[in-house]
Design a protein around this ligand. Structure first.
Ligand SMILES: [Zn+2]
Length: 513
């Protein structure tokens, strides 16, 4: 780059912290968790730019920065598997790194903060609002701050107050993280260049919804509103329109579905469109209810299916990507009771069982008590006997479509074969995982297209990779802290009334401005 260009290039500083908090998970998320490769991502400086081309937000941001000819100044970006509340000390350490990076870069023309939107702390519900207000205080009121966010954002007033524009993913599974990063950076740069003047409005509904009714691989109630948001974005005066499904397992006052519309200098239009999107969701509030299938019925249907069928039984209530322990046993117990064959289970977290299998060695027959040890909310430990078929370090690359180019790490992993060859292949792992990728089987020598039953501890992200190979997907009614049966969860902090906990909840759109 010529010296003259360098002198005039816009300076955009970037970084962020991304975690989705299940407040019903007792185990806090620590700094160690962020630092565990494949479980967390901790990128500093040029490591952030190296995420260009991956299936992450920075996968889109880094190439867009190059194309726009801006100087993208990376600070620290930390992401981790969903889990319990983030320890305040971990948040503070990461926040301080980001703030120090921004302070060192000043003066800057803009800030791109990459956040999730549903992170809660050991001593607070609104981590994103806190981080945004700290960044705002540092850069002052005139520097634009744009934030790409997860579709599962629980939107706080503070997040809106401290930012210039918020933009959410529009796909669930989140296959459009790079596109959202690209859109956010372009909006930020256009704002800095004075080409647009963002005016943002948001609407928060008294409505919580299970993840399964936010999925965009079918015409879910949330997708109907998201499709309308895409239409709005085709109008030149609309810079961004987002529908956030909320993360229902974060028991925070501002949880639930919300909408954000950013227009070019037209606050009244932003207000009207945010309400329009919210109204679309509210009108369908009954349709967000999900009725999962009883375990025995799901297994019986899979076993009765024609030869060559692949049935995905989604253990939606024990989804690693929703912050559960991933050690639920209910479906495994059902498989054993039904004498299921050609079944593969990804996965049950049980470091003790992994250690026992490793002590015994490959080829040994072992009898173990597996799973159900973390919080007792996902079925009791069960006794199983089988042969140790494989011991693996547990790190493997993701093939995508979601997260392509990133590594997954679940700690040491064992494949145990129950019921002899062609029976049940059970993966035991040291860390909880999120089986959303075909490599969650292939890495361990199991070909998912060749199994009749695949049990996945995943709420919905698995659909990107598994719908194309599945004869049928069944959301199974097992117990757990990511259950779609929201009315069974012990909410304490969520504002009330809220639908569907309070069926008489009312909502009406803002009075016309
Ligand atoms: Zn999400």
């Amino acid at each position: 780059m010529a010296a003259r260009e360098r002198a005039t290039a816009l300076r955009i500083v970037t970084g962020g912290i991304a975690q989705e908090t299940n407040t019903f998970q007792w185990q806090p998320t620590t700094l160690d968790d962020f630092q565990r490769p494949g479980f967390g991502t901790l990128a500093r400086g040029p490591e952030i730019l190296a995420l260009g081309g991956t299936g992450t937000v920075y996968g889109g941001v880094a190439p867009a920065a190059e194309e726009l000819g801006i100087e993208l100044i990376p600070t620290t970006y930390a992401a981790v598997m969903p889990g319990g509340r983030v320890e305040r000390a971990a948040f503070d350490a990461l926040r301080d790194e980001i703030l120090a990076g921004i302070a060192a870069a000043l003066p800057v023309d803009g800030v791109l903060l990459v956040l999730h939107g549903a992170m809660a702390l050991s001593d607070g519900d609104d981590a994103e609002g806190l981080l945004l207000s700290d960044v705002r205080a540092l850069v002052g009121p005139d520097v634009p701050i744009v934030v790409p966010l997860d579709l599962h954002t629980n939107l706080s007033d503070e997040m809106v107050a401290q930012s210039t524009a918020l933009i959410g993913y529009k796909e669930y599974p989140h296959t459009d993280m790079p596109e959202t990063g690209d859109q956010a950076l372009r909006l930020l740069v256009a704002t800095v260049r004075g080409e647009v003047r963002p005016a943002m409005a948001h609407t928060r509904l008294p409505l919580i919804a299970p993840n399964q009714s936010m999925v965009t691989t079918w015409q879910s109630p949330l997708k109907i509103a998201i499709d309308r948001a895409r239409e709005m974005e085709r109008q030149s005066e609309v810079l961004a329109a987002s529908v956030f499904g909320g993360f229902p397992f974060a028991d925070v006052p501002f949880g639930g579905i919300s909408t954000v519309v950013v227009t070019d200098g037209d606050p009244a239009l932003a207000r009207r469109f945010a309400d329009d999107l919210a109204e679309l969701c509210w009108q369908q509030r009954e349709a967000f209810t999900i009725e999962p299938t009883p375990i025995a019925d799901a297994i019986a249907a899979a076993m009765a299916a024609p030869q060559g069928s692949v049935y995905v039984l989604a253990d939606v209530a024990d989804s690693g990507a929703s912050g559960t322990a991933g050690d639920g046993t209910a479906i495994l117990q059902g498989l054993i009771a039904a004498g299921a064959r050609s079944a593969a289970v990804a996965q049950i977290m049980d470091p003790e069982a992994v250690a026992a299998c490793m002590d015994a060695g490959v080829g040994s027959t072992v009898t173990l008590r597996v799973g159900g040890k973390h919080d007792g909310l996902h079925g009791p430990p069960i006794d199983v006997t089988g042969v140790v078929r494989l011991i693996h370090a547990g790190d493997f690359p993701l093939a995508g479509p979601m997260g392509a180019g990133m590594m997954a790490g679940r700690g040491r992993t064992v494949v145990m074969e129950i019921g002899g060859p062609g029976g049940i292949e059970l993966q035991l792992t040291e860390l909880r995982g999120h089986p959303s990728d075909l490599n969650h089987f292939r890495a361990f020598g199991i070909e998912p297209t060749q199994r009749r039953i695949l049990v996945l501890k995943s709420a919905a992200h698995f659909r990107a990779a598994y719908e194309p190979i599945a004869t049928k997907v069944i959301e199974v009614d097992a117990p757990g802290i990511s259950t779609p049966r929201l009315t069974t969860l012990p909410y304490q902090r969520l504002r009330r009334p809220v639908f569907p906990l309070d069926l008489e909840t009312a909502w009406s759109r803002s009075a016309a401005p």
